[in-house]
Design a protein around this ligand. Structure first.
Ligand code: MN
Length: 253
């Protein structure tokens, strides 16, 4: 089993180290990760300057690019053979609901899937400080999930799994729940401040998050209930509901 690991918090991140520890007993682990934090870079590609991978050890590279750059470079240039899985994370923070549109962690997994490799994104669904305190003990949680996924006779095709780990002690986790993406509502996510010269600046982030239309099978509800949330995602953004009613929809024209 050959496993490619990447992330969006940078190659030195504690979450990546936790994922490496969980994945190492299962196969040959390759790491190709950004040289610095690239959170919320979504699926961006670096096209206006070259990428310069630095090989740190036999199976480890840092790249001056985005998570998507890393996975593309790994699959098309750095790895001797294609990996069996692309694993991304563990992100220091949740990736639930609309977060997946901004997340570099999920994008790295998506790039794997886009290039035909099954992929799993892992996120710790709590604050960065909680992640620092609890990530180590969740290595066993992640290892158990990986062992299960790799033992499946067929990993679901055209699907990436978006896994969120609840911000509670590992032995308090109640189990795994298959979920759908929830809907979040951010309030005051833009903070107006002053720079040292008194000019107005805006900092995106912070504020509080609440969730809309709390459905029992949503990712955030699973996390709130103390379960690991596993949401199957695919790349096709087509709105099938509208497509099914398209004839009616176009009639006035
Ligand atoms: Mn991140």
């Amino acid at each position: 089993m050959r496993l490619l690991l990447s992330n969006d918090d940078g190659i030195l991140a504690r979450g990546l180290a936790a994922l490496e520890r969980a994945a190492s007993p299962l196969g040959e682990v390759y790491v190709v990760a950004p040289d610095r934090e690239q959170s919320a870079t979504s699926h961006s590609l670096t096209m206006h300057h070259p990428l310069r991978p630095v090989q740190i050890s036999e199976r480890r590279w840092q790249v001056d690019g985005t998570p998507t750059d890393c996975v593309m470079l790994a699959l098309e240039a750095l790895l001797p053979e294609r990996p069996d899985f692309v694993l991304s994370g563990v992100n220091h923070g949740p990736n639930m609901g609309e977060d997946v549109l901004y997340s570099g962690t999920v994008a790295a997994a998506m790039e794997g899937l886009a290039l035909g490799v099954p992929a799993v994104a892992f996120s710790f669904a709590g604050s960065v400080l909680r992640a620092d305190a609890l990530l180590d003990e969740h290595v066993s949680t992640i290892e158990r999930i990986l062992r299960h996924l790799m033992s499946l006779p067929a990993f679901p095709a055209s699907t990436l799994l978006n896994v969120n780990i609840p911000p509670i002690a590992a032995d308090a986790v109640k189990g795994v729940r298959l979920t759908r993406l929830g809907r979040r509502v951010y309030s005051e996510s833009l903070t107006k401040m002053k720079d040292p010269w008194g000019r107005p600046i805006y900092w995106i982030g912070g504020g509080s998050v609440s969730w809309q239309g709390s459905t029992a099978d949503s990712d955030f509800q699973a996390i709130a209930d103390g379960y690991v949330s596993v949401t199957p995602l695919h790349l096709d953004l087509t709105n099938t509901d509208i497509l099914n009613t398209a004839e009616q929809w176009w009639r006035p024209l």
